[in-house]
Write a protein that binds this ligand. Sequence first.
Ligand code: COI
Length: 331
Amino acid sequence: MEMTKLRIAVFNMRPDEEEFFSIYGEQYHTELSVTNEPPTLCNLSVTEGCQAVSVITTPIGRELLDAWKAQGIQTISTRTVGYDHIDLAYAKEIGITVSNVSYTPHTVAEYTVMAMLMTIRKMKTILLRYQVQDYSLSQVRGRELGNMTVGVVGTGKIGEMVIRNLSGFGCRIFAFDPYEKESVKAFAQYTNLDTIWKECDMITFHTPALESTYHMVREETLNQMKQGVILINMARGAIMDTDALIKALESGKVAAAALDVIENEGKIYYKDYKYAVTGNHDMALLSTMPNVLMTPHTAFFTDEAVSDMIQYSIESCVAELKNEENPRRIL
Ligand code: COI
């Protein structure tokens, strides 16, 4: 007898995700209702007849949660590590469970080290100049990582992998996390944030967007940092007060930055704005700075990570709907 398949609504499905949804959808015996649109109150037809939803970073608030609840949605899986876009408290209140995924930490960790090296070797300028046949050496002399003190804020899976990757370069590594891990201590010295601000030549952030990490980089903390510090943010835009960062870049307090994320990127990244106006003044200004390397939230984007995101999102929905233990449940 054919069992009724569990139905999962999949939002924001990109063409590169299709092959994995097809593989894992079948493997976990699910039926998928897919759209490339973000979830809104205008596309409730996608969730009709489904019990679970898979989303990425679109904000999901009360109205949408209420509408989905009325349709019979029992669980939401965000196929991202971050879950700050979902109103968790309200989902809990109305009895919808929420889970996230974790994917190979190598993807963001490798990208972080790449961004660090590109930043200290002034690669943005070198590549731009090469395009116009300017092969001169002025302004492109770099620094070596082995002579630097690097601060890693957040030593979850990604932060720890960044530290492991960095350990081969011979730099001094300071780490901060409210939960210290024994496995990190072989490669880095845990310290407090004040010491990170004061001692480090380069600081990289690998923390979630929480109330406690909101604008962790702001005028007051920037003032404590070394003159000419380099900042790397591959985590969440909300960690940095963008206005304060811009001022610090303009004054030279911050010598360079690599930003894969920025405040208010939500409606812009992953779309083609070549012939359109983004209206994001900060992005426009920062992208003109030769010492600021900006990428559109692509640190996660590898074959391995995309496969993990989809497999674990479907697995998580199925576990919830079958009332099985789900290690990915946030609440
Ligand atoms: C996450 O997994 O939290 C990410 O930042 C990647 C995502 C926006 C696709």
